[in-house]
Design a protein around this ligand. Structure first.
Ligand code: BES
Ligand code: MN
Ligand code: MN
Length: 464
């Protein structure tokens, strides 16, 4: 192990330079204009896997963006770890809120990252995190300490719902066969408080359109009589929650798994300062579901949130107009045992049913994903906990995450394997926001923790 850590220490600055190279390519999966850049990133990832020591590397074309696959089989009889990550990133807008251009990485110190952090879109989510695996793998190959087979699957469509990855997994079950999946695409509680994510929320996502009169109207001549779609949309959205912020869609909570008081007490033991939380967000209070703590509201409880809303006049000055149409993008985060398709249908039925006379409502479903809970009594989890303990000098705390990685549920149903979510980012790293960053401490800590994981996992699987 010391040889591996030595190797990492000696090659640190090269590892960072290589990551910065990846961060310079704008692999924005959502925007067709960047298709070429996404493909270029896939090739760069494939090259990095080859250089790191994978004996077989292949870039698979899909109906969307390519999937990069790599493997290093040292002995077919040994356990195999499949490392999953994504090289695509979220759109960087609003661009004017970035302090430096999103695809020109710079390193700056912050209060939380006194050793410096890399500011760039994708630095934490997920280029900086999957790349730790590539470099840890290189270090293990170079120092001949790798004790399991490794497969890599790094995709380019995670941020758009992994629409083609399910099919790819079903069609390549043999190639992807493994004993477990390891993912670094989540966060730790703090740099001095390691944690392992043991659950993710699912997702239903819809776009709604409210249509009123057959054209925009003068808001004085017609206002007061004709239903205003923008206002109707606001009323309809407002009615989705009651005064306790409980969701009013009939049947929405039917399948929600309630935790026992003991489980809830345990999860609320995790260090959390409401005061720091409010200060860091510049707000005076939160506004979540009554009867649940912030930690619970953002992990074990489902949500309905407006992600975008538009319609009518939004240009300079005041135009007096009653818009013909209004729109919103609405997401619902789901918890076990809610099902994405079922919830999307419930939403659709309810939203259409509450439309007042005078407007027409259309609900268009987007991608979704199922919630997951990952076990913490398995050799996989134990290996991750021991590795984090080695690297941080502290036992990691199991926590349920609020975000979604839709493919995790499919790894279980299609490949029949469990996932370990050993992420190294911080919730304050501004993923999906302007000025996304990833701490150098976190990047290097991850590269150190991963070889420890592999060695513990190989040992535990060998029954030692
Ligand atoms: N890495 C995130 C998910 C995440 C972040 C989980 C932090 C836990 C903590 C992932 O890239 C992501 O953003 N997923 C999307 C889902 C997707 C279908 C667009 C999400 O959660 O919004
Ligand atoms: Mn991610
Ligand atoms: Mn993301």
């Amino acid at each position: 192990m010391n040889a591996t850590l030595d190797y990492i220490q000696k090659n640190k600055s090269r590892f960072l330079d290589e990551l910065l190279g990846l961060l310079r390519i704008p692999s924005i999966s959502a925007d067709p204009k960047f298709k070429g850049d996404v493909a270029r990133t896939a090739d760069a990832v494939a090259d990095s896997l080859r250089e790191a020591g994978c004996s077989k590397v292949q870039v698979f074309a899909t109906a969307g963006h390519p999937i990069v696959y790599g493997e290093h089989i040292i002995d077919p009889g040994m356990p195999t770890v499949l490392v999953y990550g994504h090289y695509d990133v979220q759109p960087p807008d609003p661009l004017d809120l970035w302090e430096s251009p999103p695809f020109e990485p710079v390193i700056k110190k912050t209060a939380i990252h006194p050793d410096g952090a890399i500011f760039a879109r994708g630095s934490c989510d997920d280029k900086g995190q999957f790349f730790m695996h590539v470099k840890a793998f290189e270090a293990m190959v170079q120092t001949r300490t790798l004790a399991t087979n490794v497969k890599f699957m790094i995709e380019g469509e995670e941020e758009v719902g992994s629409v083609n990855l399910g099919t790819f997994c079903r069609e390549n079950k043999e190639m992807l066969s493994c004993d477990m999946v390891l993912i670094s695409d989540t966060s730790v509680i703090a740099n001095d408080t390691p944690s392992i994510t043991v659950g993710l929320r699912g997702l239903s996502y819809v776009e709604v359109e409210v249509t009123g009169p057959n054209k925009d109207l003068h808001s004085g001549v017609y206002g007061g009589a004709v239903a205003n779609p923008a206002q109707v949309l606001c009323d309809m959205i407002a009615s989705l929650k009651d005064k306790n912020k409980h969701i009013t869609i009939p049947g929405f909570y039917d399948d929600v798994q309630e935790l026992t008081p003991a489980e809830r007490a345990a999860m609320n033991m995790a260090p959390f300062s409401k005061k720091d939380y409010l200060t860091s967000l510049g707000i005076e209070d939160t506004m979540g579901e009554a009867g649940y703590t912030v930690l619970e509201q953002t992990s074990i409880r489902p949500t309905v949130e407006v992600n975008g809303i538009w319609g009518g006049y939004i240009g300079e000055g005041a135009k007096t107009v009653l818009p013909s149409k209004a729109f919103a993008k609405i997401s619902m985060r789901l918890v076990p045992n809610q099902q994405s398709d079922k919830i999307t249908k419930l939403f659709q039925k309810h939203f259409e049913s509450i439309a007042p006379a005078g407007v027409k409502v259309t609900v268009r479903p987007h991608h979704g994903g199922e919630p997951v809970v990952t076990p913490s009594d398995t050799p996989e989890y134990k290996a991750a906990a021991l590795a984090m303990n080695d690297a941080y000098g502290k036992e990691p705390i199991p926590v349920r995450g609020g975000g979604s990685i839709p493919i995790v549920a499919l790894f279980e149903s299609v490949l029949g394997v469990k996932t370990v979510l050993m992420g190294f980012g911080l919730d304050s790293d501004d993923i999906h926001s302007p000025n996304e960053h990833y701490g150098l401490f976190n990047f290097y800590k991850g590269i150190e923790t991963i070889p420890a994981f592999f060695s513990h996992y190989a040992r535990l699987k060998a029954g030692k």
